[in-house]
Design a protein around this ligand. Structure first.
Ligand code: NAD
Length: 497
């Protein structure tokens, strides 16, 4: 076994041919099929990522199964020590990790730094799990005690998307492992590098061999994970189309599954909203991470006359420059898809107020950039109003009443986030009560709940019970054991014991 991310000298790109991480070391992938990893920043080839074979997955599952008995029986107080050290290592390696995230995903350095800071916060939460999972005990009849304990589930899998190469993996890694599980993670084939670096930090933090394993691959590997009899539970984060496939396939195999899907998030802007704050929030929400956030504002419903705010949004959007304070979208296919949505909306009568199509960053002509785009007078039946675009685009619909705005939000099959911008507490509460979304914001453009609050949407943005982070994730990563105990012979016997 070698301790490098890749096989030096044998491959293409800056990082060479990637390996899996199994049983505490990097191991060569045995299949003949591989995919290129390309930096969206400039189109350069970063690595060659071989897709794992069934035998590669078997090896990872075997390593995790072998590690599980000792790790799951290690007291949680000891397990979380690994994550105190891991948190420190994330802090020490923040700059290098952020650079790698930016390089493979295309987001700006500042956004990548924020992503690693969020990894640190997620890990902080995991170190507090021992305070949260203490069970209950009660003398249920004379000399007889019942107690509950949270036990690990076993070997679990985490399947992750491209848009947060470090943060989404860290939604699952610290909590699942601190709670005693052993994990196989399948990174996105578009951004497989950061997870390899995370494995090295976990190793340095003292995580025992086999507790954390990486299996690289694409949809075929995901299918093999769903079908593998040695895997007990699967968390998935990605598009709704694939979330449905994974949820159905995993639960068909009688596995526990939590599958987070895509989103179409609505911002409801009322005429009494604070103009500049609202404009800044809308512009930042639709363009941050090049619009490739499942919490990004994608549709804005203007209630009544908010023309002044729309003008300010356009002014803010014009100050967001690709290659400077706006990163790249993930690949050429994404750029083509996003620009097609804009063109179709224009052809259907919508008005493009700020146009990000056809953008080239000087010196990075092979990068895949789309400028911020503001589309006004969008009708609720247009594709830009209903479908997830996943680019720096906001579609503005105009209505006369708050109820009409809520009806548009409620009609979406998704349900990740919704926000209302108003200075009126009663209107805000009205929207919180009626929005069909798992995460709601008031004067907040990206209403991601911070730890210990849990992350998870509703409707077609999430399949399964519970959320993926915070307190609500404890249920998913553990099983409840109930024991009934009698030690005292004088307790006697009655029908209840
Ligand atoms: P994706 O669904 O294409 O891929 C996600 C994972 O599934 C990857 O690891 C990929 O290899 C695998 N995959 C792709 N196609 C598959 C198939 N046919 N069968 C089995 N597995 C397959 O998603 P993406 O493009 O990487 O990420 C963007 C999507 O993720 C967006 O829709 C975004 O909203 C969503 N997302 C959601 C959340 C959330 O919390 N709800 C968070 C981040 C991203």
């Amino acid at each position: 076994m070698q301790t490098t991310l890749s096989e030096p000298g044998t491959a293409t790109g800056k990082y060479g041919r990637l390996k899996n991480y199994i049983n505490g070391g990097f191991t060569a992938i045995t299949s003949g099929r591989s995919l290129p990893v390309i930096s969206p920043l400039d189109g350069s080839l970063l690595a060659e990522m071989p897709c794992s074979s069934a035998a590669d997955l078997d090896a990872a599952v075997a390593a995790a199964q072998a590690a599980f008995p000792a790790w799951s029986r290690t007291p949680i107080k000891e397990r979380v020590q690994v994550f105190f050290r891991y948190k420190n290592l994330l802090e020490q390696n923040l700059t290098a990790l952020a650079a790698l995230v930016s390089e493979e995903n295309g987001k700006t350095r500042g956004e990548a730094v924020a992503e690693i800071e969020k990894c640190i916060e997620l890990t902080e939460f995991a170190t507090s799990l021992l305070q949260l999972i203490a069970g209950e005990v009660l003398e249920v009849s004379k000399g007889v005690e019942c107690r509950t304990e949270r036990m690990a589930v076993g070997v679990v899998a985490s399947i992750v998307p491209f848009n947060f190469p470090a943060m989404v993996p860290n939604w699952t890694i610290p909590n699942a492992l601190a709670l005693g599980n052993c994990m196989i993670i399948k990174p996105s084939e578009k951004v497989p590098l950061s997870v390899g670096r995370i494995a090295l930090l976990l190793q340095e933090a003292g995580l025992p061999e086999g507790v954390f394993n990486i299996v690289n691959g694409d949809s075929q590997t995901v299918q093999a994970i769903c079908d593998h009899p040695g895997i007990e539970a699967i968390s998935f984060v990605g598009s709704t189309k694939v979330a449905k496939l994974v949820y159905q396939r995993a639960t068909h195999q009688l596995k526990r599954c939590l599958a987070l899907g895509g989103a179409k998030n609505h911002l409801l802007v009322l005429p009494d909203a604070q103009p500049e704050m609202t404009a800044q929030n809308v512009a930042a929400s639709m363009s941050g991470c090049a619009g490739q956030r499942c919490m990004a504002a994608s549709a804005m419903v203007a209630v009544g006359n908010v023309d002044d705010i729309i003008q300010r949004i356009c002014a803010a959007a014009r100050r967001i420059i690709p290659g400077q304070n706006l990163g790249a979208v993930i690949d050429e296919a994404a750029k083509v898809r996003i620009e097609k949505y804009i063109t179709e909306a224009e052809q259907q009568g919508a008005k493009i107020l700020v146009d990000g199509r056809g953008y080239k960053v000087p010196g990075k002509e092979h990068g895949t950039y789309v400028g911020p785009t503001v589309i006004d007078h969008v009708r609720p039946d247009m594709a830009v109003a209903t479908e997830e675009i996943f680019g720096p685009v906001i579609s503005i619909m105009r209505v006369d009443t708050l109820d009409e705005a809520i009806a548009i939000e409620n009609a979406s099959p998704y349900g990740n986030a919704a926000s209302v911008f108003t200075q009126n507490g009663a209107f805000a509460r009205y929207v919180i009560d009626r929005a069909s979304a798992g995460m709601v914001g008031v004067n907040v453009g990206v209403p991601v709940p911070r730890e210990p609050f849990s992350f998870g949407g509703w409707n077609e943005s999430k399949f399964g019970v519970g959320d993926i982070t915070g307190k609500s994730s404890i249920e998913f990563w553990t099983r409840l054991k109930k024991s009934t105990v009698k030690w005292n012979p004088e307790a006697g016997i009655n029908w209840m014991s």
